[in-house]
Design a protein around this ligand. Structure first.
Ligand SMILES: [Zn+2]
Length: 78
């Protein structure tokens, strides 16, 4: 199931949800229970298939932003 990123106006922050593709544009409730989160485009999140972690993990501990593509020259992937 793809991971999508949403923005909560009340929290003024982003959160992520795993959802069926057919529902990706539906309003999403944030972790604090606020309804009406709006989907934001995040190509970075699209790489995080099957991860149960939150945005901290997606931000990448180790490696640079290019590592998400798997072919980064910084060499931290392996
Ligand atoms: Zn919220």
């Amino acid at each position: 199931m793809p991971l999508y990123e949403y923005y909560c106006r009340r929290c003024e922050g982003r959160f992520e949800l795993l959802r069926p593709m057919a529902r990706m544009d539906d309003p999403a409730a944030c972790p604090n229970g606020h309804e009406g989160g709006e989907r934001v485009l995040s190509t970075f999140a699209a790489f995080a298939q099957g991860e149960g972690e939150t945005s901290e993990a997606l931000a990448g501990t180790g490696g640079c932003a290019g590592c998400a593509g798997g072919n980064c020259a910084c060499g931290s992937v392996n």
